[in-house]
Design a protein around this ligand. Structure first.
Ligand SMILES: *Cc1c(COP(=O)(O)O)cnc(C)c1O
Length: 367
């Protein structure tokens, strides 16, 4: 079975092998050295002053970031499941919430953000996804951050980059907190999250720090010494160190370039056989397609062609399918899915098969 869901992604064999070694204790010089190497590599990918690793899925990093960095009132962008989650976290942490809601195919409007910040002068934090995975939507995070800082230079920008870090070269000039998770572009099993921090965010954390397990001040102090506050997810960090070596061996630029090419070529191929790309501003992490028979298509794809892709949630349940582009994916794997989708269109009586999907995909992959 080919796993092409936009998280979890397939784990490469050499990474699985590295993680199958006997467990080493987390308070040893051996593990500290692995931790140090991993931290250094992560800093190069995040391009930020600090990167923390937490034993949690991505949502834990979202909660830790909001808890430790918001002071009183947060603005959240809700254009899907994950944006909605930020709002719920803000409330659960006991902070005031202003939520901007958008349709799941529509990116946040920078003007709306500016207006909201001018209206609520006490907003101290903005929480937004780089890619809202619910609809495969790219938000203009860099612009939001830039304009927000013009209004309030001290505002904290928390960007959920779980389906963007390791996918594209994000401009982090105005971003304070950038969140990532192990099971997306890093091709690891779920359970490890990462938080990139700007010098501003570090200062704020050092002034405060909230909570116990998720107290980022406690973590910051420990991780600077190449250890963790609590028992580290050693196996996942060993896996991360391994996959980062593979990414750097390929070259970070090349890694991003390949993802972009595969993503764009897939969308062209899907459009060429009559599919509708769902978001108005597609993110590179996945192809999200709107189709009334999405679930039937997914079922045939799984049972007949042995490919697992994701569906839609909430009001888009049964109406959306999402194909992953994150990580090291062989072009022939993506080509296989696109060809299978074209065969399925023939099978359900929508369009006669003539090989267009693979042809357009291959043509675009050469550009
Ligand atoms: C996957 C994902 C998350 C994290 O979800 P977990 O299940 O907690 O790992 C958060 N935000 C986005 C945009 C995601 O795609």
């Amino acid at each position: 079975m080919l796993l092409l869901t936009p998280g979890p992604t397939a784990v490469p064999e050499n990474v699985r092998m590295a993680m199958s070694e006997p467990t080493i204790h987390h308070r040893t010089p051996e593990f500290s050295e692995i931790f140090r190497q991993t931290r250094e590599k992560l800093k190069k990918i995040f391009k930020m002053d600090e990167v923390l690793m937490l034993a949690s899925s991505g949502t834990g990093a979202m909660e830790a970031s909001v808890l430790n960095l918001c002071r009183k009132k947060a603005l959240t962008v809700n254009a899907g499941k994950f944006g909605e989650r930020f709002g719920k976290i803000v409330k659960a942490c006991g902070y005031e919430l202003v939520e901007l809601k958008y349709k799941w195919d529509t990116p946040a409007d920078v003007e709306d953000i500016v207006k909201t910040l001018n209206k609520h002068k006490d907003i101290d934090t903005i929480c937004v996804q780089v890619c809202e995975s619910a609809g495969g939507l790219r938000h203009p995070v860099e612009n939001i951050a830039k304009e927000a800082k013009k209004i309030n230079p001290d505002i904290t920008i928390i960007a959920d980059g779980i389906t963007a870090v390791g996918v594209e070269d994000i401009d982090v000039s105005d971003i304070d907190v950038l969140i990532s998770g192990s099971q997306k572009a890093f091709m690891l099993p779920p359970g490890l999250s990462m938080i990139g921090l700007s010098s501003n965010a570090i200062k704020k954390i050092e002034q405060g720090g909230k909570g116990y397990y998720f107290n980022l001040n406690t973590e910051l102090k420990k991780q600077k010494q190449n250890t963790t506050a609590w028992t580290a997810p050693t196996t996942l960090i060993i896996g991360l160190n391994t996959i980062l070596d593979d990414i750097f061996a390929l070259g970070l630029d090349k890694f991003y370039e390949q993802t972009k090419l595969r993503s764009k070529a897939s969308n062209e191929a899907l459009k060429a056989i009559g599919f509708k790309i769902f978001p108005k501003t597609p993110a590179l992490a996945m192809s999200a397609v709107y189709h009334e028979k999405a679930d039937e298509i997914r079922k045939i794809l799984k049972n007949k062609y042995e490919v697992n892709i994701a569906g839609g949630q909430d009001h888009l349940k049964g109406k959306l399918f999402r194909i992953n582009h994150m990580g090291l994916i062989k072009p022939y794997e993506t080509g296989w899915v696109l060809n299978a989708l074209e065969l399925i269109l023939d099978e359900i009586g929508q369009r006669e098969y003539d090989g267009t999907a693979n042809k357009i995909f291959s043509k675009n992959m050469e550009m």
